[in-house]
Write a protein that binds this ligand. Structure first.
Ligand code: BTN
Length: 224
């Protein structure tokens, strides 16, 4: 992967959204500082001295980036003996606190079959944000080394079959097997599909839940 460093960008995802035509497949854009980092669901991504980057992909076929990206982070953390989990759809948690988030955006361009921007933010230093954690706490300080391992693992995961990627995603899923309250019904989270939907089951029905279908009344029921 070709890596390009910038001191400051509004957002590495936004940069690639504008400039994707000028860069080749697997270009990595890293910004030391983002002035307008974005998260999913119109959230902001606050970072300073953390790791924030986006990877541009131009492909002929659909790839499961929404699973590969979080898995690359989980497996990088394993190298440091830190156990991490994927909280649906693709947040990374350590000790039940969020350490990293992924923002995947698709570009529509008639000349490129699948053009995707995979944005990754990883907390290295402490944040004033509730329920978050950071890698310095786990003795991980070197962002360069971390990125190097992560990109190597990303490349490895790109070579796997979709079914193997899905299996690995399920093994590291924080929510699979938990109970969830949705539409005033209690369900068991029984499975995850290739496109990242949760399969919810109870005695009356089985439904597939897309990320954009959850609302404020949807909640995970804690284990006792
Ligand atoms: C989330 O948790 O909601 C996703 C956070 C994604 C943040 C990364 S930082 C690099 C890239 N550029 C952005 O503006 N966002 C992503």
């Amino acid at each position: 992967m070709k890596i390009l460093y910038f001191d400051e960008l509004s957002s590495t995802n936004d940069f690639l959204k504008q400039e994707y035509k000028n860069y080749q497949d697997k270009t990595v854009i890293i910004a030391k500082k983002q002035t307008n980092g974005r998260g999913r669901l119109t959230r902001t991504w606050v970072s300073q001295d953390d790791l924030t980057f986006s990877i541009l992909f131009k492909n002929e076929k659909k790839i499961l980036y929404h699973m590969i990206a979080p898995l690359s982070i989980v497996y990088t953390l394993k190298k440091y003996n830190v156990e991490a989990w994927i909280k649906w759809p693709n947040d990374i948690y350590i000790d039940n606190k969020k350490v990293s988030g992924v923002l995947i955006e698709n570009i529509t361009d008639t000349n490129i079959k699948f053009c995707d921007i995979v944005g990754i933010g990883i907390n290295f230093i402490e944040k004033e944000i509730e329920n978050t954690t950071y890698l310095n706490k786990y003795g991980i300080f070197d962002k360069e080394d971390f990125l190097k391992y992560l990109l190597e693992l990303f490349e490895m995961l790109l070579n796997l079959e979709d079914k193997d990627i899905l299996d690995l995603y399920k093994i590291h899923s924080l929510l699979l097997g938990k109970r969830i309250k949705h539409d005033n019904e209690i369900f068991l989270i029984e499975d995850v599909t290739f496109n990242g939907e949760l399969v919810l089951k109870n005695n009356h029905m089985t439904i597939n839940l897309k990320v954009n279908e959850i609302d404020i009344k949807t909640s995970i029921i804690p284990d006792n």
